[in-house]
Design a protein around this ligand. Sequence first.
Ligand code: NI
Ligand code: MN
Length: 225
Amino acid sequence: MKITFYGHASLGITVDDVNILVDPFITGNEKASHINIETLEADYILVTHAHQDHILDVEAIAKRTGAVVISNYEIVGYYEKLGIEGHPMNHGGQWDFEFGNVKYVNAIHTSSFPNGSYGGQPGGFVIEGEHKNVYIAGDTALTFDMKLIPMQTTLDLAILPIGDNFTMGIDDAILASDFIECDKILGYHFDTFGYIEIDHEVAKRKFFQKNKDLMLLGIGDYIEL
Ligand code: NI
Ligand code: MN
């Protein structure tokens, strides 16, 4: 499994030869101006919630690639009206896709579309791939519901928001790491705009002091699990 950071909360995940994008917000992120969405491959696009900073490039990429949008019922309905294929889910449900099992899990946040219309309830994804298991938290507060995840899935990596203000910050993300029983964390949802700027060294040190590993990738960089 290869995971590429495209800035903010945008990820590319490759499982074998299947390409998955998560929450593509690239053309609106000046820090990601070196990423060309025309060259991104996608078989599936996972969308955690309907906020602009998670959906901005979904329509353009899905229409070019024919990718299937996987999200909550309301978001998938929105894209189906635009002629985009989707797979609707809701909280607590899981489905076996060709790249692995996906469960849509709780997040504490909101989920309106940029025009104010209803975007369902926000969520995160637990992906059980053939060899590796990953939790993508989406935008969320720290919540006890995270403790449900390790009851069913042993995580190899968790991708957690760490930018504070709109989501968990560093200290809550460390507690989340305890709740999900995963000490290997990829941080996201930081630095994109003023409210969520963080000190990288302080963040890494705080995780290190709890015997945890916080990875922060440059935009366009990737890790392999
Ligand atoms: Ni949001
Ligand atoms: Mn966000």
